[in-house]
Design a protein around this ligand. Sequence first.
Ligand SMILES: NC(=O)C1=CN([C@@H]2O[C@H](COP(=O)(O)OP(=O)(O)OC[C@H]3O[C@@H](n4cnc5c(N)ncnc54)[C@H](O)[C@@H]3O)[C@@H](O)[C@H]2O)C=CC1
Ligand SMILES: CC(=O)C(=O)O
Ligand SMILES: [Mg+2]
Length: 607
Amino acid sequence: MMWKNIAGFSKAAAAARTHGSRRCFSTAIPGPCIVHKRGADILHDPWFNKDTGFPLTERDRLGIRGLLPPRVMTCEQQYDRFIESFRSLERNTAGQPENVVSLAKWRMLNRLHDRNETLYYRVLIDNIKDFAPIIYTPTVGLVCQNYSGLYRRPRGMYFSAKDKGEMMSMIYNWPAQQVDMIVITDGSRILGLGDLGVQGIGIPIGKLDMYVAAAGINPQRVLPIMLDVGTNNEKLLQNDLYLGVRQPRLEGEEYLEIIDEFMEAAFTRWPKAVVQFEDFQAKWAFETLERYRKKFCMFNDDVQGTAGVALAGLLGTVRAQGRPLSDFVNQKIVVVGAGSAGLGVTKMAVQAVARMAGISEIDATKNFYLIDKDGLVTTERTKLDPGAVLFAKNPAEIREGASIVEVVKKVRPHVLLGLSGVGGIFNEEVLKAMRESDSCKPAIFAMSNPTLNAECTAVDAFKHAGGNIVFASGSPFENVELDNGKVGHVNQANNMYLFPGIGLGTLLSGARIVTDGMLQAASECLASYMTDEEVQKGILYPSINNIRHITAEVGAAVLRAAVTDDIAEGHGDVGPKDLGHMSKEDTVNYITRNMWFPIYSPLVHEK
Ligand SMILES: NC(=O)C1=CN([C@@H]2O[C@H](COP(=O)(O)OP(=O)(O)OC[C@H]3O[C@@H](n4cnc5c(N)ncnc54)[C@H](O)[C@@H]3O)[C@@H](O)[C@H]2O)C=CC1
Ligand SMILES: CC(=O)C(=O)O
Ligand SMILES: [Mg+2]
């Protein structure tokens, strides 16, 4: 029976994860790194640049003596210097509009990223809670909206509608010999901000930053991809500074030919890479997933990663009510938003109910209610999306197109979950209606990003729906001080808890596809991460400070599922038999050992 380990969180794991972000600067000498350049070229390459951190002997070896100030600084001193500048920026911008401050912080981090990746990732890993909201949601949304103006230096690769027939050779322009993780977008649905065309490249960059920070993927082996097939965003098409192809989006076969060509090119050069699809509009998210999932090692984060994170949270809400996990089958769940994320979540949750109750998926839909922009989805709906057919209600139960508040009042759901991209749609009336929920701890998940697109704020949720709710949002909010002096805990229900582990576990398993079993294992692992004590306080997800430990556990669960599914082909020197013989603990250790950590390696020049 699945989910059996939910409450079985081990003491060792609990001890390990309490370490969270640490700040130790090891004195051990790391292995050498071979470089094929010398002189000023090294200083201008963020993969190898150490700024003032090059020891004098290395400056001699690489021909850079005299190109830097004479003082040699340690990584620790550089780190402190950066953090001090960052804090000074915070002080100097205090009181300025939030967008201005966020962009200033992003610029500062981005400059470091462009100059010295080792120090950048060191700073990011050690301060992930503070910096994730800058390099990831919500600020990454603002960056994408302004990308054409913010653009300074290239990062990642761009394949456009004009490159048809050229991609197989273009892919060899990428300077790294090996690529492990690719995140690709076509910019058609960037967070809840709509079609941002080529400017959506900020999303793969931000997601891959999380891969480096959380999963320890070597930054020299990640590749952000923008597939620019045009944009239907009129404002961008009219903007003289817009950096993308100024044409309407390709559709139908023309679109698919471009993306097929990219996939063939990428897997020809790097047959063992994992590709994550990100922020595609729903129709292409589903179509490409079906088209490629059995052919290439890929997954769609918005459909599958989000589903796993949401399901882990939904199971947490059952535990938070003090109910046995088996009670999940009786939870009434209203999902607002029937796009790539909403449908992905509903499907995975329904499958979990079907498995737990031993019933058919059709029977398992009984307690699920799906609402889209036209209201409650019923069988009466004309032009019903094929992906929503299974969840369409009988209009005799509630009328077709019923509003959110009507559905909430009639159903009295245990959970109200938003993936609509519409800010504030859980208004006062809706939230107050949740007070009549049949649950002793009603759950409100406002999962849309970025912050302004969240279905409600944390403050409004606790104020209107009551202090006893469980709350989660896609972008971070501060915890809320309640009138009774208690704290209303804010969870971040974001796919960042799973995609790094799904990618890393898949990579190290050597699997050539990502199976449902691997995704289910990832979700189960996250669900079992929290202790009963935490969950009863309304804490459904771990602190992001523990993201490396979470990712190691999730990655191990994914890898073991690949072994169970008999598709683990091994990685490097570790063959499929070795993987099969690893215990759970061995697997976590194997994953952890393979995580890259930012330290300055001695650079050795080779022609
Ligand atoms: N927290 C997380 O980890 C994740 C959050 N998201 C967020 O979810 C949101 C939606 O993403 P997708 O499903 O990919 O978008 P989508 O565009 O595929 O779907 C949006 C859905 O919302 C519905 N909708 C629009 N206006 C509505 C209204 N007024 N009332 C009810 N429903 C309405 C649409 O009909 C559609 O079904 C975005 O804001 C995205 O940032 C997406 C993936 C992961
Ligand atoms: C988090 C994420 O993937 C999204 O909002 O699209
Ligand atoms: Mg996304």
